[in-house]
Ligand binder design. Structure first.
Ligand code: ZN
Length: 432
């Protein structure tokens, strides 16, 4: 049941011993990086000062801005001729960021992804289809190499072209699919249009979903629609890509591979650590990387460490599903709201589909939130029923987010569809 039993079954003391060894090695290696060398000097810090895992806190955080400021190669800890791959994330604002990999980095990355896929029960003989974008987006090559490493026949279907995607699924007998959650829902819609019954006409049994925050309700819906088990995946290009943390078959949190990363959760305002179980910003230190090690990287992702033991026998800590990025948080009338909170409420209504759009706009100098949500196939034109439904949704949303949104029920298929990450929030507010 373990692909790497020597790492997956480490006890907590063994994990911490390994982490300290690898951290010390990483910090020494970081002195080859112009960025970290200067940062250590500026802070009167030496690699020998890191004597325990707690000493990690002496090291300043690394931020996305640091990556931008050192663009493209200023953070590298190996000469460029030792690097064999580069991934760049465009980002919507500012300079892009670059992550370099040596051949060893790529090998370790593939091993991590293979370990994740094995953990959810996939085996050689499974047929793995990847509907991620390929190219710079790490979900493409990351899953490709990991699935191949594990020994599966791997179909690089790439993003989009839903009908072709479905043809591959039926013709090749795809048993496992990697898709972002909104796209999994989209695939089901197109299956319905084409008269494909996923249980009868496909061999799909496992879905890997990630790269987009989604609620537990969304996962259960995907499982019901497609007749599969859906497992949550977490990764980010700064940490390689997919394979950072993954759910096991218990589906109760994502094990983060602590032989690769040291995990901290901090309060994003005070920058102090928060106790296990409390939500904060995820901070990661790579302890198994050559080309571009990263110390205390502030991911901007909000999550918490789930206390307690996992019945699967792995002692690697578990992260709760991502609540969203601190940048995704909506502040409306002084209240902090995450789109995922809204989704959780909406998807509890069987009358509603999975697509919704939150629009923020200024009306008569007040900021207002409008939520358009598609009805499911249970669409009714009974005006009184729709009105009662709208009222009930509004009431439950207000309970959850503490402001009263305007809810508009719209017919199925009327919201814009994207084949990439779904756009859930439009902010049209005037800023004065
Ligand atoms: Zn587990």
């Amino acid at each position: 049941m373990y692909l790497h039993p020597e790492m997956e079954t480490l006890t907590r003391p063994e994990i911490e011993k390994l982490q300290l060894e690898r951290l010390q090695k990483t910090v020494r290696h970081c002195m080859n990086s112009p960025f970290y060398k200067k940062r250590f000097e500026d802070n009167h810090l030496k690699p020998e000062d890191i004597r325990s895992l707690n000493d990690l806190r002496k090291i300043p955080f690394t931020t996305k801005q640091d990556l931008r400021d050192t663009y493209p190669f200023g953070m590298a800890a190996v000469p460029l001729e030792k690097a064999v791959r580069l991934h760049s994330s465009s980002g919507t604002t500012g300079n892009p960021t670059v992550i370099l990999h040596t051949q060893k980095d790529l090998d370790e990355w593939a091993n991590a992804v293979a370990r994740c896929l094995y953990m959810v029960g996939l085996r050689p003989g499974d047929i793995f289809q990847n509907s991620s974008g390929y190219g710079m987006f790490t979900g493409g090559l990351g899953f490709q190499y990991g699935a191949e490493r594990m020994g599966m026949l791997t179909v690089p279907a790439a993003a989009g072209n839903t009908k072709r995607q479905l043809k591959f699924i039926t013709d090749f007998g795809t048993t496992a699919l990697h898709a972002i959650p909104s796209y999994a829902a989209r695939l089901y819609e197109v299956m319905e249009e084409m008269g494909i019954d996923p249980r009868r006409d496909t061999k799909l049994k496992t879905l890997i979903i990630g790269a987009e925050p989604h609620s537990e309700e969304q996962r259960r819906r995907i499982e019901d629609m497609l007749g599969v088990k859906a497992y949550n995946s977490f990764g980010m290009s700064e940490m390689c890509g997919p394979g950072v943390a993954f759910e096991c078959r218990e589906q109760n949190g994502l094990h983060i591979w602590e032989d690769y990363y040291i995990v901290e959760i901090i309060n994003p305002d005070t920058l102090e650590p928060v106790p296990d179980g409390e939500v904060g910003e995820l901070v990661l230190t790579t302890i198994n990387r050559e080309a571009m090690p990263m110390l205390r990287y502030r991911t901007r992702d909000l999550t918490r460490i789930l206390p307690g033991e996992c019945p699967c026998g792995r002692h690697h800590k578990r992260l709760d599903r991502m609540k969203g990025r601190s940048d995704d948080m909506i502040i409306l009338k002084g209240v902090n709201i995450f789109p995922i909170q809204i989704e959780t409420v909406l998807l509890q209504f069987k009358e509603l589909g999975s697509d919704y759009l939150i629009t923020l706009e200024t009306m008569e100098s007040n900021d207002e939130m409008t939520i358009e949500v598609e009805l499911s196939q249970l669409f009714t034109d009974d005006y009184a029923r729709l009105q009662a439904l709208t009222r009930e949704i509004t009431r439950q949303l207000k309970d959850e987010i503490l402001v009263t949104p305007r809810v508009k029920l719209v017919p199925k298929g009327s919201l814009p569809k994207s084949e990439g990450k779904a756009v859930r929030v439009k902010d049209l507010r005037k800023t004065f």
